[in-house]
Write a protein that binds this ligand. Structure first.
Ligand code: MV4
Length: 447
């Protein structure tokens, strides 16, 4: 299995997957849209196939086109990366039924985690702490549930996730109307109007736990990450390990994540997402894909997560045990986007000069090169700058230095924003909550 790997993605993650496959001597097939023929991994892959127009619904999300590309090229496995089809259970199922290997967990697991009501029910049953809430869809008598929880509450779409299909309710008189609105939006957006409710946490941090499991019942946790620095559900800076959380609390949640994986028969890399407030973890979602921020975990564990995903997909048993996983030092990642620094709107176009920083402890995951044209059709992430050092402050200082060194001309980027943020006293102190960045931007606008 995995004699030839199709990479069903683009940009930096497609290149990341290609590099891992090359190290394992697995031949690669790149698929690309009409807007993406000049992508670095398309040139580097053993074979490349155009699967459709720039519109990702007709190319990167086009299940029949990707299955056809697998058949045409003789690929027997597919790595979906993140976004696009990575958490689409119908795609994973189609891949399984075609006799190919999907690099990820079983389609049934993806489907279960895709429904946030069933994911939460699973989490509860397997002993993970969850946010107090409706334990299932909202009932016909939502006031009883909401009054018991106490306001504010949050209404979430069962088929939502990642911040889509949510509404906060601050007062009893808004409850029924808010439920109806969220149901309508969810029905239109996801074809499923089921909603549930939770107590709304006001100032949580976003902490996630990385897990890795093979097909032989071996499950490891690879520690935690803090992804609280975000704007409109787009993460901006991530770090590993999560800062300032007591060891006993961390060990407890890691153990619970491992038990949950065993119960699920989970396979491949996965992430348990939690809100963390006042010393308590609350499960919110599980991501069944490799995540954008996986390099910070790689930097502090020394493990190659994508390579391990491929080995696991091939059926190999993990060679390392939990005791072999040692978190060493601290790593921080900045997401560099091609975007307007005032409006945050995407800023596609031709890169004139690109200079990547280097030196000790610096990792750049990027598909950029001089004269590359960033297309307007996709996510604006152009580079991830990851720095590791022996402690958090040294990693931060190294990142400050690396960001100074980095140079991109021809397109607008958020590099200057990162150069400021990395020196922010509250970031330096560590442990900001999920509201921090948006509040900071709001304050800056008013002065
Ligand atoms: C919450 C919450 C507060 N209380 N649930 C947003 C994305 C989705 N994964 C869940 N989200 C939230 N759920 C309760 N009960 C606040 C958020 C939230 C958030 C969570 C993680 C990272 C960034 C966020 C930004 C805004 C809101």
């Amino acid at each position: 299995m995995l004699n030839k790997l199709l990479i069903a993605n683009r940009g930096e993650i497609a290149l990341r997957i290609l590099r891992a496959a090359k190290e394992l001597k697995i031949p690669t097939v790149a698929v690309y849209s009409e807007a993406d023929k000049d992508l670095m991994h398309v040139k580097m892959a053993d074979e490349s196939i155009c699967i459709g127009p720039s519109n990702s619904a007709l190319s990167y999300m086009n299940i029949p086109a990707i299955i056809s590309a697998m058949e045409l090229s003789g690929a027997d496995g597919v790595h979906p990366g993140y976004g696009f089809l990575s958490e689409n259970p119908d795609f994973a199922e189609k891949v399984e039924k075609s006799g190919f290997e999907f690099v990820g967990p079983k389609a049934s697991v993806i489907r279960m985690m895709g429904n946030k009501v069933s994911a939460k029910k699973f989490a509860l049953d397997s002993g993970l702490p969850i946010v107090p809430g409706s334990d299932g869809a909202v009932s016909n008598n939502p006031h009883e549930q909401a009054d018991k929880l106490g306001y504010p509450i949050i209404i979430k779409a069962a088929s939502g996730g990642g911040g889509r299909g949510m509404r906060v309710v601050h007062a009893k008189e808004d409850l029924e109307h808010s439920i109806e609105l969220t149901q309508q939006e969810a029905g239109a957006a996801f074809g499923d109007s089921t909603v549930y409710m939770e107590k709304f946490l006001l100032t949580p941090r976003h902490i996630e736990v990385q897990v890795l499991a093979d097909k032989h019942n071996n499950v490891l946790h690879l520690g935690d990450r803090d992804c609280s620095m975000q704007r409109r559900h787009q993460k901006v800076i991530e770090e590993a390990p999560a800062f300032g959380i007591p060891e006993d609390e961390r060990k407890d949640i890691f153990d619970k994540c491992i038990s949950a994986c065993k119960e699920l028969n989970y396979v491949s890399a996965g992430t348990f997402e939690f809100l963390y407030e006042d010393g308590n973890f609350y499960f919110i979602e599980m991501n069944t894909r490799i995540q954008v921020e996986h390099p910070v975990t790689e930097s502090v564990t020394g493990l190659d997560l994508v390579k391990l995903q491929l080995r696991i997909a091939r059926g190999e048993e993990l060679k390392i045990k939990q005791d072999d996983v040692v978190i060493q030092g601290h790593a921080i990642e900045c997401r560099i986007n091609a975007e307007n620094s005032d409006t945050f709107m995407p800023s596609p176009g031709k890169v004139i000069d690109y200079h990547a920083p280097g030196g000790i402890g610096v990792r750049i995951d990027s598909h950029l090169y001089n004269d590359y044209v960033v297309p307007p059709h996709y996510d604006s992430l152009i580079a991830k700058v990851i720095c590791r050092a022996n402690d958090r402050e040294d990693a931060r200082a190294r990142l400050e230095r690396a960001l100074e060194e980095m140079y991109v001309s021809g397109i607008d980027t958020n590099l200057d924003m990162h150069r400021k943020l990395i020196k922010d006293p509250n970031f330096i102190e560590g442990g900001v909550d999920i509201n921090y960045l948006e509040n900071k931007f709001k304050e800056e606008k008013h002065v």
